[in-house]
Write a protein that binds this ligand. Structure first.
Ligand code: HEC
Ligand code: HEC
Ligand code: HEC
Ligand code: HEC
Ligand code: HEC
Length: 324
């Protein structure tokens, strides 16, 4: 083996070794556009299955069977993510094949033309492979494009855009607390005790609300046993990061859309932005703070006339603001 290594000319071997090392990264290439119940990235969050047992396969099968006609990611939110808009498995594998064939052409090619064309093809394929590897490596541990199937088909498009319900009607804690909060099913019942049918899903999905709550639409009583619903968390920062909604929405007056994208157009929630450290810092370096509230009453006193402090000036760039 050592002799063989020494004998082969340097650069060919270098490329081959690089190829082999890339094969070890392959598991991460399955990451493309996770639109199903389990996620195929690094973080796996087991989705709840009907009847207690949790199995990705089970949930996927059930979801495919009973709601495939309406529960889809809207076309404009597909393929969000790293690489070629998240669609990187296909170009990756094509490039691998092209690269291997081209290597064959370089080594075994009969004449100069074949060799030169092979070199060019190898170079291009290598470029594509490197490009995808770079974006996939960046995305490791992040979940941009993640869009799990939820236990009830809850559409923000139907509720926010078509029925004009305000975000904060449901996400009530977003101004006061670290977490925006997910509404309890009792909030749904403010309307769905009367609205029992939807244009897309008929009675099927709304009936699930009744099921979870133990509500009997015939008697209009809660006379059946209920069970807790387990929504699947979409946005999930690592545990070593502190993030607070109230600080951004209330004090900073930042729109939901700047971090979550156009949720009001989504039938199924998709993690729209790459929630990386760069994403947070880019804004903190540029954004002015709003000093008109009580909190800054004294701080304002220390500013020169016309001075407009940015988030970084109040500690928005200090490691310990976000990591402690
Ligand atoms: C009628 C209630 C309702 C309204 C109105 C509503 N939401 Fe939601 N939202 C929910 C429920 C229920 C979930 C959990 C299920 C899901 O993820 O689809 C959710 C999930 C989310 C999530 C994903 C949470 C996670 O798991 O990471 C975001 C982000 C979100 N909503 C933002 C918004 C924004 C922005 C608006 C306004 C444009 C809005 N919501 C309006 C009920 C609502
Ligand atoms: C500055 C960025 C930012 C803004 C603005 C923002 N969010 Fe979030 N949101 C996040 C992040 C980051 C998470 C993930 C939090 C975590 O994992 O701890 C999140 C999580 C959520 C969740 C999941 C439950 C939770 O609280 O963890 C909901 C629901 C949500 N956001 C709704 C909203 C709504 C509604 C608004 C606007 C009123 C909003 N967000 C504004 C960044 C933002
Ligand atoms: C403020 C009133 C209101 C609240 C609160 C509300 N909904 Fe709705 N929901 C509606 C209306 C209106 C429709 C549309 C019915 C139609 O298609 O004509 C609807 C439709 C639906 C549908 C069927 C969509 C379709 O087109 O098939 C589902 C499922 C649903 N809601 C679930 C929920 C869940 C889960 C919650 C609680 C998180 C909730 N809703 C909270 C008013 C509300
Ligand atoms: C679109 C702009 C924007 C984005 C994106 C954003 N922030 Fe902020 N952030 C702000 C603003 C504005 C403030 C100042 C709020 C105030 O006035 O107290 C702030 C303040 C903070 C603070 C308090 C800083 C201090 O020392 O007072 C923390 C912590 C923080 N953000 C964490 C995060 C994290 C973590 C993320 C990424 C997930 C993030 N932010 C993304 C706009 C943003
Ligand atoms: C505004 C908030 C914020 C500040 C300030 C901040 N970080 Fe981060 N940091 C984050 C977020 C969000 C992540 C998670 C990114 C992800 O999931 O990929 C992170 C991740 C990390 C990681 C893990 C590697 C990674 O990319 O996931 C390290 C290490 C780190 N930060 C170090 C630092 C250091 C050192 C500083 C100070 C110079 C700092 N951070 C300041 C928000 C912040």
């Amino acid at each position: 083996m050592k002799d063989a290594l020494l004998r082969t000319s340097g650069w060919k071997h270098f490329l081959l070794l690089l190829m082999v090392s890339m094969l070890f990264h392959l598991p991460s290439y399955g990451y493309t556009n996770m639109d199903n119940a389990g996620m195929s990235g690094i973080v796996r969050i087991a989705p709840p299955a009907e009847g207690g047992k949790s199995s990705t396969k089970q949930v996927k099968k059930a979801a495919a069977k009973d709601r495939s006609s309406y529960d889809q990611i809207n076309p404009e939110f597909r393929n969000i993510g790293p690489g070629f808009g998240g669609m990187n498995a296909v170009p990756f594998w094509i490039s691998v094949v092209v690269f291997l064939l081209a290597m064959g052409g370089i080594i075994k090619g009969k004449n100069k033309v074949v060799k030169n064309i092979s070199k060019l093809a190898a170079l291009i394929a290598f470029g594509v492979i490197s490009y995808i590897t770079y974006w996939e490596a960046r995305a490791l541990g992040r979940q941009q494009g993640y869009a799990p199937v939820q236990p009830i088909w809850f559409s923000h498009k139907v509720h926010v855009t078509q029925n004009k319900i305000d975000c904060e009607y449901c996400h009530v804690d977003v101004r006061e607390s670290r977490h925006a909060g997910i509404p309890s099913l009792n909030v749904c019942m403010n309307c769905h005790s009367t609205v029992n049918k939807g244009k897309n899903s008929g009675t099927q999905e709304i009936a699930k609300i009744y099921d979870y709550l133990g509500y009997n639409p015939k008697t209009r009583q809660y006379d059946k046993p209920g069970k807790p619903i387990q929504w699947i968390k979409v946005h999930n920062l690592p545990d070593h990061v502190y993030f607070n909604h109230a600080q951004h929405v209330q004090a900073g007056n930042v729109d939901c859309e700047e971090c979550h994208g156009p949720v009001e157009k989504m039938d199924r929630v998709v993690e729209y932005k790459e929630l990386s450290m760069k994403f947070c810092l880019d804004c903190h370096r540029e954004r002015n703070i709003i000093t008109d509230n009580q909190y800054y009453a004294l701080y304002k006193f220390h500013l020169n006339p016309g001075e407009k402090p940015k988030v970084k000036d109040i500690g928005g760039q200090d490691c310990s603001s976000c990591h402690y």
